[in-house]
Design a binder for this molecule. Structure first.
Ligand code: GLC
Ligand code: GLC
Length: 813
């Protein structure tokens, strides 16, 4: 194997990834903020901030797909004599004597050293605050007195990130700012309908400022050589229209060995309608003053940072494993859980591959995301379930996406993705099992957010199941609609017009025979959950009704969904097989193997084992399992977007990591621990980190959505990092199916599935008001719990009955 260059390493003790070379193969980013105010920050401090919604409330400007890549962010320029440098290397790219970026849990610390000066910046969003703190520490490590000129820099976005990028005939005339002491206020459109503004403050007197971009940068200069910085002299510019920015100018003298802190604060404020102004044209700054006062000293900021760290300590103490395998432990205990929180917060909206403009919160995406997060903050998962269900229609269909700010369904994309409804059951059941809170089922939840239309959440679950039953095709398999989980398998689309969206174009659906085996499997899996829930609630008749529908679906799959060695993927509009040995290309797809093995359809007839073997034979490669095989080599009008991608990328035979865990769970249910583990380790970031930093390109501490598959030009190259259902599925798979600690209505079910080489391990699991210390002794077994003791007493079966307090559990396999 070719030795690959390394750009960083894990620091497990601090729960950080340490980047030691700024020129990573792609920007390696982190997320700041936990609830309302969020920032994206790269290893060179590029990125942007927004309030709740990356489209409608963008605070600072960012240009995607820029040249150079990742241009724009929060930049500190240090002018030391004739040398100008930045702590994060960019944008000046002055070679540094030392560089380090530490991405931690909701914070990032960037440190640079040049000519005897160290600049270290800690970036974080304090809990419950609408602000990003940037604590800059300058230290003179030389033997001479240093006279430095420091310039800060942020560029404002005119709030709506979409119009900010297109409506220049208006934008260049609307920009407005105010300057008061060391605070620069951005108030564009505040004079009319907006009741919010932003500010950029520093906790020290300043010797100058700039707020007009062209004055600061110069029309023919770049971020790398802003004319004001080069000249070493601010112009005190006041922006009127054009592009407002915020830059402070501070003169700093440091004695040898001396160190000084500067607290910069990027804040966001909303005012009540009748309190918007303190004088004509003057914004009411009371709330800004109050927010600044809370974070205007090193001590206050350090305190806020300590609280953030404690917050993460508590979250990561809920599930903690010690296996002795660092690579596994660090993913389970730190990075996988962290990524789950991030994807829960952002859905697929804002990353370095998602512009924050196009997509809000996905119906199916968000339901899956909350499964990765519900053990951490169940109350937020509860609210999310209600928000999601409120975008459902009375027939059980639903909006495919909604906007986080308005919580309204997105009309541009609409509905018609026929897997969507099932995911509501998946999310809700996970929530109840974690919390024991059945009361959520009695919550009154509207349809399409229409007041007066409310029915109970349970009713929403029921119509979700019914939506599948009411939309069956000629083989009694679920009609696919616009697409199922695979957004790109568009079987009713038929488009030769490049101006049409594959997702929203449904040129023909009348008379369609397009059916999905993926939805069939999903229906059986979530249906079993639904039936168990009904039984738990004493709704026996409803349980029986649904059990019949499930049995019928299982029969339909066995009869019409089996290809001999694997499950078919679908039937197309005309009723032809997709994902069959009879097809020229794409003979086998992963989604139906995953869902039908998870549903254990035809297990007794040997279908499950054969399907899993086929995944190994046809889909698996060095970097994971590809989505389909062989790849499509040409566009197929009947199939839609899937065949629009070149071979090996995205939904056309990419390793779409999201679906690998489905097969892994199938392996676990079948008791094939060795296979489950080898599939899992292939896409486990810590294993990839060790081998493929350069090839993989994207962040080595989180999963990415897609890794180029075996048919691609460069197999193993990663893309679309961070925001992916992979996070929740990796978590669900390892925590519940591999390590085998599975929340259930009445307690925790213990059922690991391990490679035969696994040694003893211990999981500490907080669950409702209890804390369990569970030690598993695998004894070389891949599956099968022989005996469990709870506080020394033998337990009957595999569920540890829930009771509050601390408990010790021993499990022998
Ligand atoms: C993206 C979407 C997700 C979809 C998947 C497969 O990850 O966010 O909803 O299921 O692609 O197309
Ligand atoms: C594209 C992507 C797919 C994503 C979809 C969302 O089709 O390939 O992954 O789910 O867009 O609209």
């Amino acid at each position: 194997m070719e030795q690959q260059k390394r750009y960083g390493h894990f620091d497990d003790q601090h729960r950080e990834y340490v980047i030691t070379d700024p020129q990573t193969p792609w920007p390696w980013i982190n997320y700041l903020g936990n609830e309302d105010f969020f920032s994206l920050i790269s290893n060179t401090a590029g990125g942007y901030s927004f309030y709740k919604d990356a489209k409608f409330r963008r605070i600072t400007r960012y240009r995607y797909n820029n040249v150079p890549m990742d241009n724009g962010g929060r930049y500190f320029y240090i002018k030391d004599g004739d040398t100008v440098w930045n702590p994060g290397w960019k944008p000046c790219k002055t070679p540094l004597d030392f560089y380090e970026c530490r991405h931690g849990m909701s914070y990032t610390r960037v440190t640079g050293r040049k000519n005897g000066v160290e600049a270290s910046v800690l970036f974080f969003v304090p809990l419950k605050k609408w602000a990003e703190v940037q604590k800059l520490t300058l230290t003179n490590q030389s033997n001479e007195v240093k006279n430095l000129k420091l310039f800060s820099f942020e560029e404002w976005c005119l709030w709506n990130a979409a119009t900010d990028m297109e409506n220049f005939q208006r934008n260049f005339s609307t920009g407005e700012v105010e300057i008061e002491g060391s605070t620069i206020y951005h108030k564009t459109e505040y004079r009319e309908r907006r009741n919010h503004y932003a500010f950029y403050h520093v906790n020290t007197p300043i010797q100058g400022f700039d707020t007009d971009r062209e004055t600061f940068v110069g029309l023919y200069n770049e971020f790398a050589d802003p004319q004001v910085v080069i000249e070493g002299k601010p112009r005190n510019s006041h922006a009127h229209g054009w592009s407002p920015i915020a830059s402070h100018y501070i003169e700093v003298t440091l004695q040898p060995g001396e160190s000084k802190d500067f607290v910069f604060l990027l804040g966001y404020i909303e005012n009540e309608q009748d309190k918007k102004f303190s004088a004509p044209q003057v914004i009411n700054k009371d709330k800004a003053h109050a927010l600044i006062a809370e974070l205007d000293t090193t001590q206050k900021v350090d305190q806020a940072f300590a609280e953030l760290c404690q917050y993460w300590d508590a979250l990561l103490n809920i599930y903690n494993v010690r296996t002795g395998n660092d690579k596994l432990d660090r993913m389970v205990n730190i990075w996988n859980q962290y990524q789950c929180m991030v994807t829960f917060n952002f859905s697929r909206s804002a990353s370095f591959f998602e512009s924050g403009i196009g997509r809000g919160m996905g119906f199916r995406d968000s339901n899956q995301d909350l499964v990765g997060f519900v053990h951490q903050i169940p109350s937020r998962a509860r609210q999310r379930i209600i928000d999601i269900a409120s975008t459902q229609f009375p027939d059980g269909g639903c909006y495919h996406q909604y906007q986080p700010l308005t919580k309204r369904g997105n009309n541009d994309i609409g509905g018609g993705f026929n897997d969507d409804p099932c995911w509501l059951i998946f999310g809700t059941v996970a929530y109840i099992k974690e919390t024991g809170d059945f009361s959520i089922l009695d919550e009154m939840v509207p349809f399409d957010n229409q007041p007066g239309s409310e029915v109970t959440l349970f009713e929403h679950l029921k119509i979700s199941m019914d939506h599948v039953i009411n939309n069956l095709g000629p083989h009694m398999l679920p009609l696919i609609g616009r697409a199922d989980w695979n957004d790109c398998l568009n079987l009713n689309c038929f488009s030769w017009d490049p101006n049409e969206s594959f997702q929203t174009t449904e040129n023909v659906s009348e008379g369609t025979k397009a059916e999905s085996l993926m939805i069939a499997g999903l229906f059986v899996v979530t249906g079993k959950d639904y039936v168990a829930l009904c039984q738990k609630l004493g709704k026996t008749q409803e349980a029986e009704r649904m059990q019949k529908a499930i049995d019928a679906m299982i029969e339909a799959v066995k009869k019409h969904g089996w290809d001999g060695e694997w499950y078919l993927r679908a039937y197309d509009f005309y009723g032809n097989k997709i994902g069959s040995n009879e097809c020229d290309e794409a003979k086998i797809f992963i989604e139906s193997q995953g869902w039908c093995t998870m549903a254990e359809i035809g297990a007794q007839e040997g279908m499950v084992a054969k399907s899993l073997d086929s995944c190994k034979k046809y889909l698996e490669c060095e970097h994971g399992m590809v989505l389909n095989n062989p790849a499509f080599t040409k566009y197929i009008y009947e199939y839609g977007e899937i065949s629009s991608y070149p071979e090996g990328y995205k939904e056309n035979a990419g390793i779409f990591c999201h679906n690998n865990p489905w097969v892994i769970i199938g392996e676990c249910l079948a008791g094939r621990g060795n296979d489950a583990w080898s599939h899992y380790a292939k896409i486990l970031p810590s294993y990839v980190e060790e081998k493929y930093q350069t090839l993989h390109k994207v962040e080595p501490y989180v999963n990415c959505q897609m890794v180029a598959g075996k048919d691609a030009f460069k197999p193993g190259e990663g893309k679309n990092s961070w925001l992916t259902g992979t996070a929740a599925w990796m978590w669900y798979t390892v925590s519940e199916f591999i390590l085998g600690i599975k929340p259930d209505y009445d307690g925790i079910r213990i059922d690991p599935c391990l490679p035969e080489t696994a040694s003893d391990y211990t999981v500490n699991r907080k669950f409702r008001d209890a804390e369990y210390e569970i030690t598993i002794h695998p004894n070389g077994a891949q599956k099968g719990v022989k005996a469990i003791t709870l506080d020394g007493q033998l337990v009957d079966g595999t569920v540890i009955p829930y009771s509050a307090g601390k408990h010790v559990v021993e499990v022998t396999m």
